[in-house]
Design a protein around this ligand. Structure first.
Ligand code: URA
Length: 450
């Protein structure tokens, strides 16, 4: 798995590596591999790895070093190979947001339009949700597939939803855990290598990245989102992969629903052509880029038309239904929502005055939903699939005093009052008309497939 030159060289002096990066010098490929390999095997102590990570955080890495770091992390584990399946393999990754259920729509839509989607996802943490948690709200559904089963489902349905496990890029798990406790998470090269090593392990030909920006996003400022998008696209190209990044707005929750079963319902409605406008628009754009990268369309307009046809014909919904059934889920729950987990209590947050909704601050909405049990504060916490929020008004819409802005579904009511207070505080109303900011703010494209 690890290139020969890593082992054929004597163990490098860790203080020398740290010193080199501390002084702003470039690390060689052998040095980068040596660090990743030794740390992953437990041969480099955490105090030295932490110092090196902090030096990278402060001094950065150029695009060659970032690509090498990605490769070293990728090669620390298993890389899937679907070359026996003839169609292009394309995935989508989002940097995380509130109400972001696009994966449940675009994976079946892209599969229905002719590419294969081997999607390996994670769980939600903090204010952001995770694709696996949403899918697991469907009774019986399991993302825990053996590699053989993942291959079989992908071949049969055109898509498969798997769980990120120890097998893929194990170096990322170890390095991320250390970054988390050493204040070195917010580094463009480290984030790039972390995301791309896991995604390239899926054996894909192309990848669409949804880099979110705004209060509910990891990259709150557009400048940081732009830098991350450029780094992700160039790292993909360095690995011979076609990558497009869309920088999208996460100032308010995406769609209307936040919470796992509620988001499944909204995804199914979107697959049936009845979804909220913003979610539908983003799913259409992301799928269109996937089709372009997978050479299943010859222009973005052609790709958008293929998305529209996959939805209007019902083929995208059928794909979702078939993959759910194939992975053990009760596909009848996608037709009869009463078979999904149900919350016992329904409360409402209403508008305190007449006007136009000017803000539904995304991060606070995500935290409120987490407090109700829809998300987890710590990675080992359990979640309640039934609970969450449904917005009945979005930014730009008019409201009257007393009209419902947000429906709040709960079971355990111990943190409900705190959640309701947070939601109230995160809604702003203006006396003047408000136009919502565009959803797709910028596109960073691989020039070879623009
Ligand atoms: N998401 C990841 O997968 N890795 C990071 O480093 C940050 C966000």
């Amino acid at each position: 798995m690890v290139p020969e030159f890593v082992h054929s060289r004597p163990t490098m002096d860790a203080p020398e590596l740290i010193r080199k990066k501390r002084d702003g010098l470039e690390l060689t490929k052998a040095e980068v591999f040596n660090f990743v390999d030794r740390f992953t095997r437990g041969e480099m102590p955490e105090y030295q790895a932490s110092a090196l990570l902090m030096a990278i955080f402060l001094r950065g890495m150029n695009s060659r070093e970032t690509a090498d770091l990605t490769e070293a992390m990728l090669r620390s584990g298993r890389v899937l190979d679907f070359s026996a399946l003839p169609q292009a393999k394309v995935d989508k990754h989002s940097t995380g947001g509130v109400g972001d259920k696009t994966s449940l729509v675009i994976a079946p839509a892209a599969a229905a339009a002719g590419v294969l989607v081997p999607m390996i996802s994670g769980r939600g943490l903090g204010h952001t949700g995770g694709t696996l948690d949403k899918l697991e709200a469907i009774p019986g559904f399991s993302p825990r597939l053996s590699l053989q089963d993942f291959h079989r489902v992908l071949g049969k349905c055109g898509l498969a939803f798997g769980a990120a496990t120890e097998e893929f890029a194990p170096a990322d798990r170890k390095i991320y855990a250390l970054r988390d406790v050493t204040a070195t998470v917010e580094s463009i090269p480290l984030i790039t290598a972390s995301i791309m090593s896991k995604k390239l392990a899926e054996g894909i030909d192309g990848l669409v990245l949804d880099v979110k920006t705004g209060t509910g996003a990891f990259m709150r400022k557009i400048e940081s989102a732009r830098a991350l998008a450029a780094s992700l696209v160039s790292t993909g190209a360095a690995h011979g992969k076609r990558v497009h990044a869309l920088i999208t707005n996460m100032a308010q929750p995406l769609g209307n629903a936040v919470g796992n079963a509620l988001e499944v319902i909204e995804s199914v409605e979107t697959l049936k052509g009845r979804g909220p406008r913003d979610l539908t628009e983003l799913c259409r754009e992301l799928t269109a880029h996937m089709l372009l990268l997978g050479k299943a369309a010859n222009s973005l307009d052609d790709a958008r038309a293929k998305y529209d046809s996959a939805i209007a014909s019902g083929r995208a919904f059928e794909k979702f239904s078939s993959v759910v059934a194939e992975q053990g889920g009760n596909a009848r729950a996608l037709e009869d929502y009463s078979l999904l987990p149900q919350a016992r209590h329904l409360d409402a947050v209403v508008a305190p005055k007449d006007g136009f909704i000017s803000g539904l601050e995304a991060r606070t909405m995500g935290v409120a939903s987490m407090l109700l049990g829809a998300g987890r504060e710590r990675s080992d916490a359990s979640i309640d699939p039934a609970v969450g929020l449904v917005f009945e008004k979005k930014v730009g819409e008019t409201v009257q005093a007393g009209e419902r802005v947000c429906a709040v579904y709960s079971n355990d009511q111990s943190r409900l009052p705190q959640g309701l207070d947070m939601i109230r505080a995160a809604i702003t109303i203006s006396p003047d008309p408000v136009s919502p900011a565009p959803l797709v703010l910028e596109r960073v494209l691989d020039a070879r497939v623009a």
